[in-house]
Design a protein around this ligand. Structure first.
Ligand code: SF4
Length: 438
């Protein structure tokens, strides 16, 4: 016998699709099938059933081997590591629930840590730009029901957010968009030809690193100003004017942007300009802008840090109060300056994404990696603590890329005796309180 669970949330990317159908065994111990998810989303669910999954904490030995330890030993090691460090770094948080993130913030405050999330290497520049100039935004539901002009700038949702276009931005028929993609015009800005750009009505092949120039040229074209030169940022001038007219002629438009523009030359200034382009377009029609957030709850991590400390990432609590100065208080800068004396990573993989200098520094530090998977980070940290999959084996609140909170659900039991990350963090927090009081 089997059970079918509908309206399940996918805990992989920031699209947070909420229409999955999962089949489990009658006793809820085996996950058998996943419907409606894309390939990467389905793999996340099915990976929880892998026979070679690590189910107990492992401590790295001097000779490079790893020995299994109990959760109690792992809690003691983590609590001692954080309580004794002068400036611990607590990094990640983007692949876990808001509940676990909230406990992490309590620990960070108690030990005077720097707490940072993966925005440090993706949309942190977006958050800075939003603080600079604000953000005219909307929900993905509004996009589905209203938008007839879409820009994908520096992102490739066909691969990174595979159901974004079919659920929200291009193909679905909404309340005012009954003809689906036939009534939507798509502009893709990308130096490369991609599976997303192949769907575009206009593909602006911007010169690598010249997004700022193209954004400002589009702003001028939207206002009807004269552009000098035949080619602007690698794009023929006529195409810039054609794009501006296409955007102005719509009833409701949205700019979606990704790391191709947040992490290329210009960084937060690019996003300032993209937001100002959105503002300019609102003189002619209705326009919004949304960041294509990657990890399924990186947006939630910014929300939790925001309501706890007033800042969305790179928060330095080492002086007993919250400081925020991206470029100084970020994880990369801290590791490059060799200032952290311990590191705890949860729900991300800096071993795969940070510059090699920083990865080497992580390998040299007392370290804990809390993650359901074996990753490059878990392999270089002194202690790896496997935990239940959030959104599969334990529920919890998450924020979609448009800042809409959605509760993820538990659909299957975790392996026997396995802790959730929230339970593990609560136990560590209690033990740190005891150590500090002694
Ligand atoms: S698009 Fe993202 S949220 Fe939706 S099923 Fe695929 S990985 Fe999951």
């Amino acid at each position: 016998m089997t059970k079918t669970i509908s309206d399940v949330i996918c805990p992989f990317c920031g699209t947070l699709c909420d229409d999955l159908v999962v089949t489990v065994s009658d006793d809820g111990t085996k996950l058998l099938d996943v419907e409606n998810a894309c390939a990467i989303g389905a793999e996340k669910f099915l990976h929880s059933q892998a026979s070679d999954r690590v189910t107990r904490p492992r401590m790295l030995q001097e000779d490079g081997s790893a020995v299994e330890v109990s959760y109690d030993e792992a809690i003691e090691y983590t609590a001692q590591l954080l309580a004794k460090a002068k400036k611990p770094l607590m990094y990640g948080w983007s692949s876990t629930s808001c509940e676990a993130q909230s406990v992490g913030s309590e620990i960070a405050e108690q030990v005077g840590a720097i707490i940072d999330n993966t925005a440090a290497v993706c949309h942190g520049t977006t958050l800075v730009a939003v603080q600079n100039v604000g953000i005219p935004s909307c929900t993905l539901g509004e996009v589905k029901n209203r938008a007839d002009r879409i820009i994908f700038w520096g992102c490739n949702p066909a691969h990174a957010h595979p159901r974004h276009m079919s659920r929200y931005s291009i193909f679905p028929r909404g309340y005012f968009t009954g003809k689906g993609h036939k009534n939507r015009k798509l502009i893709v800005v990308d130096p490369r030809t991609t599976d997303t750009s192949s769907l575009a009505d206009i593909h602006l092949q911007v010169e690598q690193g010249a997004d700022y120039e193209l954004l400002q040229a589009l702003r001028a074209a939207v206002r009807g100003q004269e552009l000098t030169g035949d080619i602007i940022a690698g794009v023929p001038k006529a195409k810039v004017y054609e794009s501006a007219e296409l955007l102005k002629s719509g009833r409701f438009g949205v700019i979606f942007f990704g790391m191709g523009v947040t992490q290329s030359l210009g960084k937060d200034h690019n996003i300032d300009a993209a937001i100002m382009l959105t503002k300019d377009l609102n003189e002619y029609t209705k326009f919004s802008i949304i960041a294509m957030r990657g990890h399924y709850n990186v947006t939630g991590s910014g929300q939790v840090l925001g309501w706890q400390f007033g800042f969305p990432y790179s928060v330095d609590l080492s002086r007993g109060f919250a400081r925020y100065n991206p470029g100084e208080t970020g994880s990369i800068e801290l590791l490059k300056r060799k200032e952290a004396d311990a590191i705890m990573v949860l729900g991300s993989d800096p071993g795969a994404h940070f510059p090699i200098r920083c990865v080497r520094e992580i390998a040299n530090l007392p370290s804990v990696c809390i993650d359901p998977h074996i990753t490059p980070t878990s392999e270089i940290c002194k202690l790896h603590v496997p935990v239940a999959f959030v959104g599969v084996e334990v529920g919890g609140n998450c924020y979609r890329m448009d800042n809409v909170p959605i509760d993820s659900r538990k659909v299957v039991e975790p392996p026997e005796g396995m802790m959730t990350d929230e339970e593990f963090l609560r136990a560590v927090n209690t033990r740190i309180t005891e150590i500090k009081a002694a």
